[in-house]
Design a protein around this ligand. Structure first.
Ligand SMILES: Nc1nc(=O)c2c([nH]1)NC[C@@H]1CN(c3ccc(C(=O)N[C@@H](CCC(=O)O)C(=O)O)cc3)C=[N+]21
Length: 282
């Protein structure tokens, strides 16, 4: 068998085009501000792709680049200014932050109504409680991919590999909300390969290059690879050993061109949602 490739890049392009149409019909431009502190190299490509996608879709988007030595107080002051700016609908504080800044403090400082990353504890709590709110971009993007692929989640055995606040946990909540039977597996799980092999839908989000091997995958399973790992030789690989996994899986997302582009498209979707919630549709 060779797996169907779930083309996140193409799905993201279609989503961005739909968002652009909706933005064009608004009497205002949704405003997105990305705050970047210092020069984490992994963030560079992301920030550039994001700015490009946002501007193409008609958003009012800008990156605020602060020096690496910015104090926590100065960052919180910048966030407070963006919270108070009526033209700003979405605020994203790029992670990781330099060591003198507590990420939790920065995340908690963002107005939950503008929290387009969906990382604020209020939004995380809403998601866990099954209430509407802003949902983290990557898990939201994964749900779009599964929907486009026609994957029936109701009653399905889903395994989320990874328990991070930004992907694993919210991913599990969304799958549960779609009536899947959800297992969260992680580094302390006994028999990780066996646990993954039970999955009809496997979402890998551990940040370990090519950790998931072919024998971790049930024949015909849907495999979603959230990992984006840069190897020493410059190659970009996922958390799944793609070539061997594709020989076993029924469907699989590639890296690059899978979940990554969906994360960016869903950031725009969240910004549009936040804008409409704050200002009304017209
Ligand atoms: N507050 C915050 N929110 C984030 O969502 C966030 C963050 N901080 N910090 C950095 C990580 C990283 N991230 C990526 C998203 C898309 C691609 C992406 O589109 N990747 C392309 C490949 C890009 C390339 O060629 O390098 C792909 O997978 O096809 C990559 C990385 C979001 N992050």
């Amino acid at each position: 068998m060779t797996a169907r490739i779930l083309d996140g890049k193409a799905i993201a392009a279609r989503l961005r085009a739909r968002l652009a149409d909706r933005v064009a019909a608004l009497p205002f431009r949704p405003g997105l501000r990305v705050v970047r502190v210092g020069d984490d190299p992994a963030s560079g490509v992301y920030v550039r792709n994001k700015d490009k996608a946002a501007l193409e879709a008609g958003f009012d988007s800008a990156t605020i680049h602060l020096p690496a030595e910015t104090s926590e107080a100065a960052l919180l002051a910048e966030i407070a200014r963006l919270n108070a700016d009526p033209a700003v609908d979405g605020i994203l504080v790029q992670l990781p932050l330099p060591p003198q800044i507590r990420a939790e403090a920065a995340i908690a400082a963002v107005d939950p109504a503008k929290d387009v990353d969906g990382f604020h504890p209020l939004n995380a709590g809403r998601l866990a409680a099954g209430q509407p709110g802003l949902v983290p971009c990557t898990p939201r993007g994964v749900m779009h991919i599964l929907a486009e692929a026609g994957v029936e989640l109701r009653g399905a055995r889903a395994v989320v590999l990874g328990r991070s606040q930004i992907v694993g946990r919210p991913m599990a909540q969304l799958l549960l909300g779609a009536d899947a039977t959800v297992t969260i597996a992680h580094s302390r799980t006994r028999d990780l390969p066996g646990e993954c092999r039970r999955a009809e839908v496997l979402v890998a989000a551990v940040g370990r290059p090519e950790m998931v091997r072919a024998d971790w995958i049930a024949p015909g399973a849907v495999v979603v690879d959230v990992g984006i790992n840069r190897l020493a030789d410059g190659r970009l690989v996922g958390d799944v050993a793609y070539a061997e996994a594709a020989a076993v899986a029924g469907a699989i997302t590639p890296v690059p061109g899978g979940v990554g582009p969906m994360t960016i498209a869903c950031l725009l979707e969240n910004t549009l949602d936040a804008a409409i919630a704050r200002r009304g549709a017209a």
